[in-house]
Design a protein around this ligand. Structure first.
Ligand code: 16G
Ligand code: MG
Length: 559
């Protein structure tokens, strides 16, 4: 990858002081690019082995965050985490002012700067300034910048923070280090800071503010109800553990409260992070972490390593494991919100929709369309795609099957919910509950802890056991296979990744195979995070789903 290729501006329309350029280059010296290394800002930001040149990336992320802050005239966030990856990995993501993911058009700048050698970064930064930070008055670059950041519990985070601070110091940018946070907490804080003093104030920009906001909304929703039994929460030995324990101090117990048993919350041994536990383990292995022991039909939930993903599961009296994944959380939430808006008498005014990816189980899609009679949309994989689609509804429920997701309320929804005069106690209760949902559900980004509390509240309202929840629809048996190929880039997917455009002719072959199976569905896409291709297949029976997956896998291998 050559440097500077994306910058189209006439060279150096604005010149930065030479001492600033030198300061940027000098401060970058301790963080060289290892020989032959190429970086890319992908679906989940930058992610790799922490000691394989990630410090260089961090330095450049400092530059990008500063520039982005000036551009948006707002505080920008940086989260240092590698989520469900093994302990030796780390990664980094930029967070835009409303607590959403970095605007896609800036990802290429992040990639370009990351691939620029340390002694050329001053110039590359000046190029970026000219590309994005020059208006008629040439004042954008003179704006003050503000960057806030947090990291998960990985020990490598400490040195990575140092590398980024070196860039922020070179640019003399104001920053606040929030220390150890979950990913959604950092997103929450960014949004709080940027909405302070506006009509859409999000909350207190502190960790305590986050707990208080969630706990008080939870109390409103639980009023007069109780949650059956306890929920055991596996925290993947990541940052979710200590943060969930902190939240518990604010949550009521006993009648109207919640009994959460926190497990796998040991962050003192880095090597056990995500090891045989956590949301990714449970979802991909389709089994409970081996060290969890709970009684039959007891609810369990697993968070991932940075607590932005959650799945539920339970084991029945005969020992059968049932996963209640992101699709289930989406449908559970949608049922509840649709009921509540009807009771509140505002269902005609608010458009509710569900956003999924191709990985959503076909049975969940059918349930939403045919039983709930709500619109379903399918987008590309990756939170940002779902988030943008969900933002087009008044109440946009979005979840990936793997447990990433949240529910967005539009300005119209918030105004309607909070501005409608109730005409009966029932209507008042529904409006109050909906209003509390807006606060309980993290509007900035998918949040495992907030999603879990919301699921608990809905189960309490419905007095549903996990089995009742499961029986709303029956999942089609499915397989997800990871296939290594010489060049995954030849697999180009279109139509929300449900169809292959290339290799030529392969989609017709897949279609021919799918036709052989009752309720068959299969698609192939290149992974955005690994050097592999993923094959998904579902069908009416487990044997058929397996056969379909294997035959599509063979096609992919033969390409
Ligand atoms: C990233 C995405 C996740 C997606 C996954 C797909 C975010 C925060 N994370 O982890 O949403 O499901 O990539 O991975 O957007 P794949 O492209 O390797 O299948
Ligand atoms: Mg995560």
């Amino acid at each position: 990858m050559s440097t500077g290729t994306i910058f189209n501006q006439p060279k150096a329309a604005v010149r930065l002081p030479s001492d600033l350029i030198e300061a940027i280059n000098k401060a970058a010296e301790p963080f060289p690019i290892p020989d032959g290394k190429e970086y890319g800002y992908g679906t989940a930001g930058f992610r790799m082995k922490a000691n394989a040149g990630l410090d260089h990336v961090m330095y450049t992320v400092g530059l990008i965050a500063a520039a982005r802050s000036k551009k948006r005239n707002a505080t920008i966030g940086v989260m240092i985490t590698a989520s469900h990856n093994p302990a030796e990995d780390n990664g980094v993501k930029l967070v835009d002012p409303m607590g959403d993911m970095l605007e896609q058009s800036w990802e290429k700048y992040a990639t370009t700067l990351a691939n620029t050698p340390s002694d050329k970064l001053g110039q590359a930064y000046e190029d970026l300034v000219n590309e994005e930070l020059v208006d008629e008055l040439r004042q954008i670059h003179d704006r003050p910048a503000k960057v806030v950041f947090g990291r998960d519990t990985r020990p490598s985070g400490v040195a990575l923070v140092k590398a980024m601070k070196a860039a922020l110091d070179a640019l003399k940018v104001d920053y606040t280090d929030y220390g150890i946070l979950t990913t959604p907490q950092l997103h929450y804080i960014v949004r709080c800071i940027n909405t302070k003093g506006t009509a859409y104030e999000f909350g207190e920009p502190t960790e305590e503010g986050y707990y208080k906001k969630m706990a008080s909304a939870f109390k409103v929703l639980m009023h007069g109800r109780s949650i059956q039994g306890s929920v055991t929460v596996d925290c993947a030995n990541g940052v979710g553990g200590p943060k969930l324990r902190e939240l518990l101090k604010y949550l009521p117990t006993g009648q109207g409260g919640i009994d959460i048993k926190v497990v796998n919350d040991d962050v003192s041994k880095p090597e056990i992070l995500n090891y045989e536990c956590g949301a990714d383990y449970v979802k991909t292995k389709q089994r409970a972490p081996p060290n969890i022991s709970v009684g039959p039909n007891e609810r369990c939930a697993s968070l991932d390593g940075d607590a932005d993903r959650v799945v539920y599961y339970y084991t029945d009296a005969s020992g059968n494991f049932t996963l209640l994944d992101g699709d289930r959380i989406a449908t559970l939430g949608a049922v509840f919100l649709a009921d509540m808006t009807r009771t509140a008498g505002i269902d005609e005014k608010l458009k509710i929709g569900i956003v999924q990816t191709a990985y959503a189980n076909g049975a969940s899609t059918e349930y939403v369309e045919k039983v709930l009679k709500l619109p379903v949309e399918c987008t590309n994989t990756g939170v940002k795609h779902l988030h943008h689609a969900a933002a087009r509804y008044d109440i946009g429920v979005y979840f990936e099957a793997n447990g990433h997701g949240t529910i967005l309320f539009s300005e119209n929804a918030i105004r309607t919910i909070r501005g409608t005069e109730p005409k009966s106690p029932g209507q008042k209760h529904a409006l109050d509950s909906l209003s509390a949902c807006i606060d309980l559900i993290n509007q900035a980004v998918g949040d495992a802890i907030s999603d879990m509390l919301f699921a608990e509240v809905v189960l309490a309202h419905k007095t549903w056991t996990p089995e009742n929840w499961k029986n709303t629809y029956i999942d089609l048996p499915n397989y997800l296979r990871r296939v290594e190929v010489p060049d995954r880039r030849i697999f180009v997917a279109v139509d929300a990744e449900r169809k292959l455009q290339s290799p030529k002719g392969m989609q017709e072959q897949i279609d021919n195979l799918v036709r052989l199976y009752v309720k068959g569905r299969s698609f192939v896409r290149a992974s955005g995070t690994e050097d592999a291709v993923r094959v998904y297949a579902e069908a009416a029976t487990r044997t058929e789903a397996g056969k379909l997956a294997s035959s599509v896998e063979e096609l992919v291998k033969g390409a």
